[in-house]
Design a protein around this ligand. Structure first.
Ligand code: GLN
Length: 539
């Protein structure tokens, strides 16, 4: 196919309407018609990336193969499309300004005044086109973060306005808004949508398609009204009603003909139906599981589900493969005390200790791991969770009193987890961890080998600390073996307990690679072990 077509997705009225899910769903539908599609998120905040953001601020930080710390929406893009994203798929205002200021210092603009228009907007347009050029895509879907009318999203909308002129028939703008239901009046209200489109018009952009997020079905009269006030065709008013699971949204958009509307506006052929058999089969299985299990997710951000987004979604994928509903019990590691641990984990078939940073909640995580280890409950430790498993084993099995990670206690007599050598010279915080995809060699005959079914794997990382190789033999002899190693850096990537039914700690983040089409083998095997544990408990 020749030229790339550009689809811009903006949001109005309020945040959290699900622009990311709509974008990912549209990508899925176009992909299911045989097109090559990329999705990109433009975030109007000034941080260079969300790597330095507390999860309370912005939810999980998603890590790409090439080691970019990105917005959690990229996780949705990958899970829906089964295509890896990269640093080009997430651009922030911080990155844009950094690039422009670097150019100014280099003297690239010598003589001219550097301004939002055209320099910042040119850089935004460059980043949008860069993605298209790199991948030779049929479609690039660009999601503009934030809400239309925000001061900080102005340059992005302006860049869209300019690109519309340049691209003519090769672009569409989809605007996602909220149609609220007023219980007292028993009515759906279109006024916020009208106002939000007016705000876009003031900025020179006329949306082509309006997707209306709603709790109740929109009738035809209402669609007609929105069409009339917002200058769009009636068929371009798309209903997006609340659904049971985000994985329903592509089918919902298919029913509402969002893909057809986009193709029609872009003057593309609409001669075949999207191939969605696998997706439909996944949904059928997901909604009709024949059994259920309970897994405890022990972390310190449990009030905020977005902080563990990829882990939660990985359980949906792995549960579905195992024909099983996974009920997740989120347990706050700071509130876990030894006295109540039995109560807390009653009826639990598996324990996952989450990734994280900082000392808060560490002792609770260690207590949870001790319980999983001594009670034979399937255990998966991810990154910090793996490091805590090493600390727990050191203290309670090897007798290394006060064993710790130097992240939490620099003075510990037994630094079983220590900062990686090349991290010791680094002082800056942003983008300086061991990030992205690294190789791992798995030892044959181990549980890890059984799970992956191969010797060489790659997984994504985000950490500064690491198993201290000084203690390798001591641990190995006592049964906590290192079953996965990065041979280049001589780093331990996987540990497992030989005397336990299923006890695995991984220094990497398997959750970033689990998709609907490719559920992650570690999660699939962990859920399977939890199912076995639950049937044993019943018998
Ligand atoms: N804080 C730990 C480290 O930096 C673990 C990081 C994580 O869990 N992602 O190594």
């Amino acid at each position: 196919m020749g030229k790339t077509k550009y689809i811009f997705v903006t949001g109005g009225v309020t945040s959290s309407l699900g622009k990311g899910i709509i974008s990912a769903s549209l990508a899925k539908l176009l992909q299911a018609r045989g097109y090559k599609v990329a999705i990109q998120k433009l975030d109007p905040y000034i941080n260079i990336d969300p790597g330095t953001l507390n999860p309370y601020e912005h939810g999980e930080c998603f890590v790409t193969e090439d080691g970019a710390e990105t917005d959690l929406d990229l996780g949705h893009y990958e899970r829906f499309s089964n295509m890896p994203t990269s640093q080009d798929n997430n651009v922030t205002t911080g990155k844009i300004y950094q690039a422009v200021i670097d150019k100014e210092r280099r003297g690239d603009y010598l003589g001219s005044t550097v301004q939002v228009i055209p320099h910042i907007t040119d850089e935004i347009k460059y980043r949008i086109k860069l993605l298209a050029n790199k991948g030779n895509y049929d479609f690039v879907i660009t999601e503009i973060g934030g809400t239309v009318g925000d001061i900080e999203s102005l340059p992005y909308i302006e860049a869209v306005r300019q690109m519309r002129w340049e691209l003519l028939h090769n672009s569409v703008v989809i605007h996602l808004t909220l149609v609220p239901y007023l219980a007292a009046a028993q009515e759906l209200k279109t006024k916020p949508t009208q106002h939000s489109v007016k705000t876009m018009l003031e900025q020179g952009v006329q949306p082509d398609i309006i997707v209306c997020r709603t709790e109740h079905p929109l009738n035809q009269a209402l669609k007609r009204k929105i069409a009339l006030f917002c200058n769009v065709e009636e068929s371009s008013v798309i209903e997006s009603i609340d659904v049971e699971t985000i994985y329903d949204v592509p089918l919902l958009m298919l029913d509402e003909k969002l893909d057809v509307e986009v193709l029609r506006k872009l003057e593309m052929p609409i001669d075949s139906e999207p191939k969605l058999e696998q997706w439909k089969e996944f949904l059928r299985k997901h909604k009709n599981p024949s059994r259920q299990i309970s897994i405890a997710l022990v972390g310190k951000y449990v009030e905020l589900k977005d902080a563990y987004k990829s882990i939660i979604e990985s359980f949906i994928h792995a549960g579905t493969v195992n024909d099983c509903r996974v009920n997740l019990k989120l347990i706050h590691s700071e509130e876990l005390e030894e006295q109540h641990i039995g109560e807390c984990f009653a009826g639990i078939d598996g324990i996952l200790v989450a990734p994280g940073f900082g000392v808060r909640g560490i002792e609770g995580k260690i207590t949870a791991i001790q319980y999983a280890r001594t009670q034979g409950i399937p255990f998966l430790g991810i990154c910090l969770g793996m490091q805590c498993a090493v600390i727990e084993f050191g203290r309670n099995v090897l007798g290394l009193e006060k064993a710790n990670s130097t992240e939490f206690n620099n003075e510990t007599p037994f630094p079983v987890i220590d900062m990686m050598e090349d991290q010791k010279k680094i002082s800056g915080m942003g983008g300086t961890m061991r990030l992205g995809s690294y190789e791992c060699s798995i030892a044959p005959g181990t549980l890890a080998f059984k799970i992956y079914g191969k010797k060489e794997i790659t997984e994504r990382h985000r950490h500064r600390y690491e198993f201290n190789n000084k203690y390798l033999d001591h641990y190995q002899q006592a049964g906590l073996i290192q079953s996965g190693i990065n041979t280049r850096g001589d780093l331990v990537e996987i540990v497992e307990l030989t005397s336990h039914p299923w006890f695995v700690g991984v220094q990497f983040h398997p959750e970033y690679k689990s998709t609907v089409a490719n559920p992650h083998p570690l999660f699939v095997s962990f859920v399977k072990a939890a199912i076995d544990h639950s049937t044993e408990t019943i018998a």
